[in-house]
Ligand binder design. Structure first.
Ligand SMILES: O=c1[nH]cnc2c1ncn2[C@@H]1O[C@H](COP(=O)(O)OP(=O)(O)O)[C@@H](O)[C@H]1O
Length: 198
């Protein structure tokens, strides 16, 4: 992945016609369970295994006929997560930021996050195999482990050493911090321990 820089929604929308716009979203829910009866799961955070073997968030390119970034995002969520995504309806208020990359094409990656109930998130997971893209562009949803196991590597550090598409790894770290899903100090330790950081 090349260098990316953070932009506001307004700045991103002012970029010229040479830029393609894509929108992706982190969906999460509070998760009271404990792994092995002792490790708090904290939250269920969804990512997906893509056709190219990389991890990314649900979403995709916005088409000119979508009319708005959010309309494009909601269409992509239905294609990738199935009809269960229809009631989600992500909006401008769910916007977290944009990153632009010039490697090799000019891409603006808009990023959103939305908190669901655990019941809503479970229903999405259960319905995702009915999505148009299931088994094609999307190979499956995964939950992100937010804990770090006693060995200092298992859990989030090891998850972060996977291969991520575009700026998805930076987006994940941004959202986990911004939404308070993992304490900042723990996030920094997991990032450094993953051996895949900056
Ligand atoms: O989770 C993500 N975060 C940031 N960029 C992503 C993510 N997933 C894909 N991308 C990038 O966004 C662009 C659109 O990819 P995607 O495969 O989602 O679109 P599509 O579903 O419309 O084909 C690609 O350039 C890809 O590298």
């Amino acid at each position: 992945m090349g260098e990316s820089r953070l932009l506001s929604r307004a700045e991103a929308l002012e970029l010229g016609p040479g830029w393609r716009h894509a929108c992706h979203a982190l969906l999460c829910a509070p998760c009271p369970g404990r792994l092995f009866g002792r490790v708090p799961l904290r939250h269920a955070v969804l990512m997906q295994m893509r056709f190219d073997g990389r991890l990314g968030f649900p979403g995709g390119f916005v088409d000119p006929q979508d009319g708005s970034l959010e309309a494009g995002l909601n269409r992509e969520l239905r294609e990738e997560l199935g009809p269960g995504a229809a009631p989600l309806s992500l909006a401008e208020g769910d916007y977290l930021g944009a990153r632009c990359e010039e490697t090799p094409q000019r891409l603006v990656a808009h990023f959103y996050a939305k908190r669901l109930s655990l019941e809503q998130l479970r229903a999405l997971e259960a319905g995702a195999t009915k999505a148009k893209d299931h088994g094609l562009e999307v190979l499956g949803l995964v939950r992100v482990p937010l804990y770090t196991l006693r060995d200092g590597a298992g859990g989030l550090p090891t998850f972060l050493s996977n291969s991520f598409v575009g700026c998805a790894r930076e987006q994940l770290l941004q959202a986990l911090g911004a939404l308070g899903l993992v304490p900042e100090a723990e996030l920094r330790r997991a990032d450094a321990a993953s051996g895949n950081g900056p």
